[in-house]
Design a protein around this ligand. Sequence first.
Ligand SMILES: *[C@@H]1O[C@H](CO)[C@@H](O)[C@H](O)[C@H]1NC(C)=O
Ligand SMILES: *[C@@H]1O[C@H](CO)[C@@H](O)[C@H](O)[C@H]1NC(C)=O
Ligand SMILES: *[C@@H]1O[C@H](CO)[C@@H](O)[C@H](O)[C@H]1NC(C)=O
Ligand SMILES: *[C@@H]1O[C@H](CO)[C@@H](O)[C@H](O)[C@H]1NC(C)=O
Ligand SMILES: *[C@@H]1O[C@H](CO)[C@@H](O)[C@H](O)[C@H]1NC(C)=O
Ligand SMILES: *[C@@H]1O[C@H](CO)[C@@H](O)[C@H](O)[C@H]1NC(C)=O
Ligand SMILES: *[C@@H]1O[C@H](CO)[C@@H](O)[C@H](O)[C@H]1NC(C)=O
Ligand SMILES: *[C@@H]1O[C@H](CO)[C@@H](O)[C@H](O)[C@H]1NC(C)=O
Ligand SMILES: *[C@@H]1O[C@H](CO)[C@@H](O)[C@H](O)[C@H]1NC(C)=O
Ligand SMILES: *[C@@H]1O[C@H](CO)[C@@H](O)[C@H](O)[C@H]1NC(C)=O
Ligand SMILES: *[C@@H]1O[C@H](CO)[C@@H](O)[C@H](O)[C@H]1NC(C)=O
Ligand SMILES: *[C@@H]1O[C@H](CO)[C@@H](O)[C@H](O)[C@H]1NC(C)=O
Length: 713
Amino acid sequence: MKTARQCIIVLLTLLEFSHASIDRRSLVSRYNPVRNASSSVTPMQVGNGNFAFGADATGLQTFLPYAIMSSWGWKNDSLPTNRTMEDILQYQGVSWWNHDRLVTYTFDGDAETQQWLIANPNRVNLGRTGLVFFSEEGDIANVTESDLSNINQELNLWTGNITSRFVWEGQEVAIETHSHQSTGAIGIVISSPLLEQGRLGLFLDFPWNDGTSKFEAPFVGEFNLTSNHTTTLLTNDTPGSRIAAQIAHTMNNCTFWTSLGGGRFNISRDSPETHRYTVRPAAQASSEFAITLAYSLDKPVSTPAVADIVRSSTQAWEDYWTYGGFVDVLTGSSDARADELQRRIILSRYLMRVNEAGDTPPQESGLVNNGWYGKFHMEMFFWHSAHWALWNDWDLLDRSSSVYSRFLPTSIERAQTQERWDTGARWGKMSDPSGRSAPGEINELLIWQQPHPLVFAEYEYRAFPTRATLEKWRDVVKATADWMADFAWYNETMGVYDLGPPMYVVSEDTSPNVTTNPAFELSYWKFGLALAEQWMVSLGEEVPANWTTVKSNLAPLPIENGTYAVYEGIPSDFWYTPTYTNDHPALTGLYGWLPETPGLNITMAKLTAEKAWAYWNISNCWGWDFPMLAMSAARNGETEQAIEWLLHPLFQFDDVGMPIGGARVPTPYFPGSGGLLYAVAMMAAGWDGSNRDAPGFPTEGWQVEVEGVSRAL
Ligand SMILES: *[C@@H]1O[C@H](CO)[C@@H](O)[C@H](O)[C@H]1NC(C)=O
Ligand SMILES: *[C@@H]1O[C@H](CO)[C@@H](O)[C@H](O)[C@H]1NC(C)=O
Ligand SMILES: *[C@@H]1O[C@H](CO)[C@@H](O)[C@H](O)[C@H]1NC(C)=O
Ligand SMILES: *[C@@H]1O[C@H](CO)[C@@H](O)[C@H](O)[C@H]1NC(C)=O
Ligand SMILES: *[C@@H]1O[C@H](CO)[C@@H](O)[C@H](O)[C@H]1NC(C)=O
Ligand SMILES: *[C@@H]1O[C@H](CO)[C@@H](O)[C@H](O)[C@H]1NC(C)=O
Ligand SMILES: *[C@@H]1O[C@H](CO)[C@@H](O)[C@H](O)[C@H]1NC(C)=O
Ligand SMILES: *[C@@H]1O[C@H](CO)[C@@H](O)[C@H](O)[C@H]1NC(C)=O
Ligand SMILES: *[C@@H]1O[C@H](CO)[C@@H](O)[C@H](O)[C@H]1NC(C)=O
Ligand SMILES: *[C@@H]1O[C@H](CO)[C@@H](O)[C@H](O)[C@H]1NC(C)=O
Ligand SMILES: *[C@@H]1O[C@H](CO)[C@@H](O)[C@H](O)[C@H]1NC(C)=O
Ligand SMILES: *[C@@H]1O[C@H](CO)[C@@H](O)[C@H](O)[C@H]1NC(C)=O
């Protein structure tokens, strides 16, 4: 199936190449990040979506402990004092009424147990590796970055490798860093005359990190809490073995493996009190030293050779740049902002594939550092990953979109036992790879994650309109829509179906007990139920009557004083009340992020968006709000405004393309990058019903070439 799909993509791309001519390689390479010093905030990275390696100016973690993280490296902390696993499993929160149903939620139960459930499992920093410098006498030299000169580092985007050069004590050093593309292996090649003199080596170290802090940025874990964890060195003298040494790193119940292969070397532990090991290349009068460091959950029997890692990286990255979607806004544009927009596009494409193409949805900070203990948020999955669908990177999206079928059983269970809704699946929020959603009032009462799988399914069917696609998503679509229909509550007085209370809206800042019929969620419900109905029709199955009844009779969108309102009953002067205009401006998503939904008055939606542009507290927005604002401007025909939102001064990407967290959250905050790519795709390739090329761009000053990018809904 996947192979067939890849063939289709290759074929489509080849067909496009017969008439299109974006010089992809030179456009990509134009934005290769270059540094002459380490950043204290963001690493340069290599990786593959499931695994990423953050580097300082030496291409390793010599001076700064940037993280090595993965989609599979998770562990549990020890249990809270005086609590057993049984207590954890039996955790119960409070019961709140949802109209006539008493619903049991997982919050406000035993505080210790609840916090453990929120913070566990947490995502592990797999280790650190860096250069060791030796004096002429052979002692370890105390070197800082300021002792180096002529630092010059380049990330080659086209092949996914970092080249780092500098001079130490008058001698040149060059380091190549490559990441394998299907395992957690790094290939390191060091070239320097210092090697011949026995004056360069590597160290490996292992931090303790746990759920004490919700955010761990820019670095993850502590290297001085050495008694909390253990490491053990195993060496292997078997001639010809691909693995020369292994370090088992055990934190509580979990062991992570680091396997070293490649060049000949000696390895020893610095002292029993630390987890630091020193690798010295065997004396062999060579000015080059190549080594593989492979990180894994299971103890491997082999590691890829450095040459295999280089091949794997070069091939996978060239394929990605060559066969995925591509947008050129630079060539032929006279608008001075085109260069910066193109830079953001290219660097976001790189960083999304390094950080956000794993087997589970990404955390907000990808594989750079930890936020929310390393967990991922199901409502943010759209902003992280829907762009893959528009840019036609189906092999990458398939990895994580499969969570919907994997999490289906636990989401059905959530609806039934926890929430006592009898039908359907309620998707969780702040999640770990098992599908368990963390306790918490907002986590439990948020609902806008619910329709997302319908959108992912719809895009997949548009790309692959086959029976197999329909069947693949059938159970997910059905259970998703069943719960949506069941959650809506029939208000007999009004003769409509209400959403909430209690519930939280997208902006998470209204009182859940009074929040009823929010405009965005009502529209998303209508839109989602319509997609689900069509799915059944395409399958040739009967559309459940409740879906249609609910969809057609949902409460009308709330209106206050001539614009749409956040929710029904909000004070009519809410636009001028800071507490209501201070987080995600989801009202602008009514027409922009969402297409025209039944009953939406486009004129009023535009008035609403303009009101948000003027009155929302933009300085407190989150990264993805800017692409959402751009999409509303674009769909409303305000193309100049759309460009301004994408390049807004409060929406920044640093020199290597990391999206700045801004006022709300540490850097990076990748929903900003995912949102940017989704918005750019929509503005460049259009949306259903748009009727000119690049409909989101101004006609003056911009020339936009698009290859292999699909329209947005
Ligand atoms: C390093 O690069 C920055 C710009 O990125 C530049 O301002 C600075 O002068 C450079 N420093 C050296 C020593 O080359
Ligand atoms: C660790 O493993 C033991 C034995 O399998 C188990 O009883 C215990 O609950 C685990 N603890 C945690 C925190 O996962
Ligand atoms: C531990 O739990 C037991 C039984 O719940 C209780 O009697 C005891 O006071 C607790 N001890 C501490 C230190 O919390
Ligand atoms: C919401 O209602 C529940 C009872 O259903 C109550 O326990 C809770 O305190 C209320 N929350 C707020 C913020 O008013
Ligand atoms: C290494 O050098 C730094 C900066 O000069 C100094 O602060 C530190 O104490 C030195 N460490 C050792 C172990 O000598
Ligand atoms: C790695 O990138 C550099 C440029 O940054 C390039 O010159 C070099 O050839 C690349 N190495 C490989 C093995 O692709
Ligand atoms: C460990 O290092 C951190 C800084 O990374 C410091 O804040 C902390 O006090 C140290 N802890 C111990 C036990 O030395
Ligand atoms: C980790 O080590 C520190 C310092 O030794 C100690 O205070 C802390 O309780 C330990 N944490 C765990 C979870 O073992
Ligand atoms: C029915 O809807 C009206 C208008 O939105 C509202 O005032 C009323 O509280 C709802 N009825 C119930 C029982 O929630
Ligand atoms: C459909 O709605 C009816 C009436 O509200 C209800 O009894 C039934 O359980 C619902 N069925 C589903 C599948 O939600
Ligand atoms: C209604 O909107 C107008 C401007 O459109 C504004 O002047 C007026 O204050 C608003 N009324 C309320 C109650 O917010
Ligand atoms: C849509 O909203 C505009 C602006 O409030 C209003 O003038 C118009 O009558 C509305 N259209 C419909 C069909 O309600």
